[in-house]
Design a protein around this ligand. Structure first.
Ligand SMILES: [Zn+2]
Length: 281
């Protein structure tokens, strides 16, 4: 089965919350266009490139679409020995732009994930490697040196929203120490657990119970809901969804198993132990 995270339109959509300002949307689009010839790569490279495009466009007062590979290479060259300073200037750009607090808060936590180390398990004595940002910079540099931006086609549109209509229960699957554990998702208002509707828009997930109470659940992430839908054989349908052609409702007969947000992106809660999935990457 194709790994859903390797799809560039999906990776782009995961960077675009509903309240994203246009400058951020344009930066993600430019990053997608520049990285398209190298795809598939680690999705964190796309995130890092989008931040560099955003920060460069902000400091030079230019449109993100005008940021060239050589502009990005210049920023990478200045940061390759000091990725912390790059992260700092990206944060400064986000603060100075005057975006909504909610958007800036989400970007800061995403940026923090890039600055920290790649996931490592609780029981490993191996010291963590370089941060995702530090790993991305030299790889992005090699790629950007090899392309001519003026010859690139437009990047792909982000993957569109979709809904899953589940006739049974939603089981949330997690790893607790070395144990696999599950619990049933219930409505926060009426405790109903059957016949829910989960809607994914970019990185945002909302769940509606059978009585129509709608809320965001901290136990659901867009990437894992997509993974769960794929496990139900709906990947081809999801791949066709675009912003202008959303998949209105995918019917899931019976129960749906979804991995908790902290699990690896490609963890399949239906067939593998989370422990094995975490160590497979
Ligand atoms: Zn309810």
């Amino acid at each position: 089965m194709m790994n859903p995270r390797r799809n560039l339109p999906i990776a782009i959509s995961l960077l675009l919350p509903e309240n994203a300002p246009s400058r951020w949307g344009d930066s993600v689009a430019r990053a997608g266009q520049l990285l398209q010839p190298a795809w598939p790569v680690d999705p964190s490279h796309l995130t890092a490139l989008a931040y560099i495009v955003y920060s460069t466009a902000s400091s030079d007062r230019r449109a993100p679409a005008e940021v060239s590979p050589s502009d990005v290479l210049e920023a990478i060259g200045a940061a390759v020995d000091a990725p912390d300073s790059l992260a700092q200037s990206i944060k400064q750009s986000l603060i100075e732009a005057g975006h909504e607090d909610d958007f800036v808060g989400r970007q800061f936590s995403k940026l923090s994930a890039l600055e920290y180390f790649e996931e490592f398990d609780d029981f490993s004595c191996t010291p963590p490697g370089p941060s995702l940002l530090a790993r991305a910079l030299p790889r992005l540099a090699i790629h950007l040196e090899s392309i001519r931006a003026e010859e690139l086609p437009p990047g792909p549109a982000p993957a569109g929203p979709f809904s899953l209509s589940i006739s049974g229960l939603v089981h949330v699957v997690g790893r607790y120490g070395s144990m696999r554990g599950t619990f049933v998702l219930r409505c926060e208002v009426c405790q109903e657990s059957k016949k829910s509707l989960i809607t994914v828009r970019g990185p945002d997930v909302v769940i509606a119970c059978n009585a129509g109470h709608v809320h965001r659940s901290p136990h659901l992430s867009a990437v894992h809901v997509r993974r769960a839908a794929a496990a139900h054989g709906q990947l081809a349908l999801l791949a066709e969804a675009t912003a202008s052609n959303p998949v209105e409702s995918i019917s899931v007969k019976g129960d749906l198993e979804v991995a908790v947000p902290s699990m690896p992106e490609d963890a399949d809660p239906t067939t593998v132990m989370p422990w094995a999935a975490a160590n497979r990457a």
